[in-house]
Design a binder for this molecule. Structure first.
Ligand SMILES: [Zn+2]
Ligand SMILES: [Zn+2]
Length: 345
């Protein structure tokens, strides 16, 4: 038997199953790992995704024909047994397990190993071939525990509030924003969300995720903004929407904030290193836990990770994909950062 999954111009293709995984061009049947824009696109004939992610998927793609699969539930399609397993990346994110003729392949989509309160934790799945992302696939990328980072964010907010200054956190609307919200201490002050964040908060709450109360900027007294924390997408930075917050302090939350100069390039006061992707030790532990002998690396630092895996006795290679070409997930390095990947000490 040839390879179970190959790359076609439309996307990752499961040959015996005749379906695609996160295709970037319109296809008849698509299995979607999660609802970030570079993985979930409009125009496919039929979609399959994990149950907790259906609400977000529909809110972003509109009226699509979609089947929901519970995590761990199995279906057989053209002789391929398909199941979805938590990827720990965002609400409803999954790894796709495919079994055919006694062979098992797993396509990870985007994943994060450290558990958080906003989605099901990453589940290692044993397989023969593991298709992995490598957004932060360099040894310099090591995240501090989330609880510690949230303490830093809350301390920064508390200090600004005491000084009568509004705090603004720029974070991607889907996933990162809700993770920050879930870790905030609402006793410090009101929490304001940008209009693009609020629909996603609703989708998370509908799935039972504990997000503290949030308001739109139109629903809050101007004076109260001085103690508020505002969560807004990076695209709001520098827009007229920001003017109402007066003399505010701003920050950016992303794994890329580990890079020297990234905070300055964003022009913000603070950089918080918080990522929805696995760091280098996370990638290592996830790959090891699959017990796969063959690893195929998609978007990110492909050559570095492939070289490292080959040196460690695995059969590793890369796939050319179109993931990470949209600004809404951190898969895209900030402009200028790719060439200078030195970390601040
Ligand atoms: Zn993603
Ligand atoms: Zn991605």
């Amino acid at each position: 038997m040839g390879d179970m999954v190959v790359v076609r111009k439309e996307g990752l293709y499961c040959v015996p199953g005749d379906f695609y995984i996160d295709p970037w061009r319109p296809v008849a049947r698509a299995v979607i790992t999660h609802a970030h824009g570079d993985h979930a696109r409009v125009g496919h004939g039929h979609y399959l995704a994990a149950t907790p992610g259906i609400g977000v998927l529909k809110s972003r793609l509109g009226d699509i024909s979609v089947d929901a699969l519970e995590y761990g539930e199995k279906i057989v399609h053209n002789g391929v047994t398909i199941s979805l397993h938590p990827a720990g990346h965002v609400l409803g994110s999954s790894q796709v397990r495919m079994e055919c003729g006694g062979e098992v392949w797993v396509a990870s989509g985007d994943y994060k190993v450290e558990p958080d309160k906003t989605c099901a934790p990453f589940e290692p799945v044993r397989c023969d071939t593991f298709i992995t992302e490598s957004t932060f696939g360099l040894p310099i990328y090591r995240w501090q525990p989330e609880a510690q980072l949230m303490e830093e964010i809350n301390a920064w907010w508390r200090k600004n509030a005491e000084e009568g200054r509004c705090s603004v956190v720029f974070a991607y609307s889907f996933g990162k924003a809700q993770r920050i919200l879930a870790g905030l201490d609402p006793s410090i002050g009101p929490i304001v969300c940008h209009g693009s964040v609020e629909p996603l908060n609703r989708a998370y709450r509908a799935e039972g995720v504990d997000i503290p109360p949030t308001v739109l900027v139109t629903d809050i007294e101007k004076a109260a903004l001085r103690r508020a924390l505002v969560v807004a997408p990076p695209s709001a930075s520098g827009s007229t929407w920001m003017k109402r917050f007066g003399d505010y302090s701003d920050s950016f939350a992303s794994g890329w904030m580990l890079l020297r100069g990234a905070r300055r390039r964003r022009g913000v006061d603070r950089g918080f290193v918080l990522s929805d992707h696995a760091d280098w030790p996370g990638l290592m532990s996830a790959i090891k836990a699959t017990e796969a002998q063959r690893v195929i690396v998609t978007h990110g630092s492909i050559p570095t990770l492939v070289r490292w895996l080959c040196q460690n006795g695995l059969d590793a290679s890369g796939f050319e994909t179109e993931y990470g070409d949209e600004e809404e997930d951190e898969s895209t390095p900030p402009a200028g950062a790719a060439a200078s990947k030195e970390a601040d000490a």
